[in-house]
Design a protein. Structure first.
Length: 202
């Protein structure tokens, strides 16, 4: 085995032994072969950074509450979003404490996991189930919890470049328009002497 490979920690010595590289004694041919073996060796990708859910603040909770749609109907516990939004200054400290207690204990409150499925009529014959679509009525406080968790998770994914560049859905400042623009840029039309390819239409 090449003394340089044997002295080098990591895969060099293993690869040299696996490919039966004889002592090179400084000969360029053996060095090139060793470099070629090392270049074809693929290391496993480094592990992604660990995501840790962090406690939140009253300001963040208050901001999330203010984004609630006050025109929505009551939740599963007959709580109006407008009631939560109009009293955000009173409820924000309480919700913040409950969220941080949940993070500390590692337990998501069971009362926030409950949902009710309702059938919403679409059109045509009301006696046919196919003319209804299901909707889930979720606890409003649970939506606030989920929004804060989603914000922290999305920040982690973006900060460490974990999301694929062509992931357009469910990420900030991205939509179907961005996906269409990306497809248009990668579209390679045929030469002029061939039949015209169909165009991308919006």
């Amino acid at each position: 085995m090449c003394p340089a490979a044997a002295a080098c920690p990591g895969p060099a010595g293993v690869l040299a032994a696996r490919h039966r590289i004889t002592p090179c004694h400084g000969r360029p041919g053996h060095l090139r072969r060793l470099r070629r073996c090392l270049s074809t060796h693929r290391h496993p990708p480094p592990p992604s950074p660990t995501f840790t859910l962090l406690p939140t603040t009253i300001d963040i909770v208050s901001h999330v509450i203010k984004t609630l749609d006050s025109t929505k109907a009551t939740d599963i516990y007959n709580i109006l979003p407008a009631l939560i939004r109009n009293n955000h200054d009173i409820l924000s400290p309480i919700i913040t404490t409950n969220f941080n207690n949940s993070v500390k204990s590692g337990v998501y409150p069971s009362v926030l996991k409950v949902t009710r499925i309702a059938a919403l009529y679409k059109a045509k014959d009301k006696t046919l189930p196919i003319n209804y679509r299901p909707i889930s009525l979720l606890p409003i406080i649970g939506k606030i919890f989920d929004t804060i968790i989603n914000q922290q998770l999305m920040q982690h994914l973006l900060q460490h470049n974990i999301l694929h560049p062509h992931q357009y859905a469910f990420r900030p400042q991205s939509d179907t328009t961005a996906a269409l623009l990306s497809s248009t840029k990668s579209y390679n039309p045929k030469p002029k002497n061939t039949p015209q390819s169909p165009s991308l239409l919006t």
